[in-house]
Design a protein around this ligand. Sequence first.
Ligand code: CAA
Length: 380
Amino acid sequence: MDFNFNEMELDIINMLEDFCVNEVKPLAAELDEQERFPTETLEKLSEMGMMGMYIPEEYGGAGLSYNTYTAANEIFNKYCASTGCMFEVHGSLVTWPLLTYGTEEQKQKYLPKMASGEMLGAFGLTEPGAGSDASGQKTTAVDNGDHWLLNGTKCFITNGYYASLYLVFAMTDKEKGTKGISAFLVEKGTPGFSFGTKEKKMGIHGTATYELVFEDVKLPKDALLGKVGEGFKIAMSTLDGGRISIAAQGVGIAQGALNELIPVIKARKQFGRSIASFQNTQFKVAEMQTEIDAARLLVYRASQMKQDHKPCVKEAAMAKYYATKTANDVARMCLQLAGGIGFTREYPFERFMRDAKITEIYEGTNEIQRIIISGEMGIR
Ligand code: CAA
């Protein structure tokens, strides 16, 4: 399936595949074991100009298509979901809203640095009481005339500490519910902004997941992204894109696990024959590749709609729900078919399985995705 990529896009896709085989895959187990952020990969991707893949050239980006960016999300995750997650949050959850809602000054100020990798992005929406219920924001931003005063705590923030630009959502008028939420661009190092707990997680150990703490943080008036009260819409429309990328992450994890399994089942012998020769194995492999291809089609349908600037709320939710379920089903089955060795850390199957789990949770749980899908069908 080439999804009509042109020659230049295919060159980029092949280049990223080679990069991942040579630079990302060899680090994956180490990042996982040591719970270490992929700093060296971020530096290399920055040098390659890949941190601003779809940022227009006028803002220092590579000016590539959204579908090429989606393909990159799949590729990274075939080899290392932590690297994929670092890349996706920066690209989908910070770059896109800046491009879409930023003033010309904000775009000029931040996009070239986002594209060059000098600035990494993070997305501050979730709070202890505002996970699935994203509207339940307790963080506040008060208009003090010449500045905003930000107070509150965010949790589970991917790229926390390592990012230098944080898109933070806060209540500016709690009487107005979702229309009382606004979005702010907060730079690391702003007085009063600090980092709390670093989470110890089941998977994606190479990502940094931190608490953000804001204590009387004075923000300049132009830190506001979009209009006052537009924050919830900004968060939701941003997550539509993020969910396509997490769906691509699911496809990547599933394809990566299956690719690793093939040589194992061909080599491993039981009852005097390779386990690939058993019909059970053949059926499972066929089912898995079919599920992955179906998920990939959902991903590129949604990605193409996003590239064409068409509403894709339902399609993004469908892709996310299906592809991340597939990632979990496939990773678990690959481990099962690998047998005892699959359970050891000598092989990547247990890491794929641990990394897959979060894809069903972050950027909207798969329960929320099904609420969105049925809501878009008029079933409420
Ligand atoms: N685009 C634009 N606007 C949207 C929208 C979208 N996709 N979805 C909703 N809105 C608008 C609605 O039109 C509505 O506007 P009006 O009042 O003008 O009609 C407004 O937002 C409120 O919408 P709802 O009534 O549907 O809002 P809700 O409070 O019922 O919430 C929800 C809906 C789908 C449950 C939402 O809260 C949600 O998506 N929750 C999940 C949150 C989530 O995904 N969190 C992920 C955290 S980030 C993360 O994980 C990143 C990471 O680190 C990797």
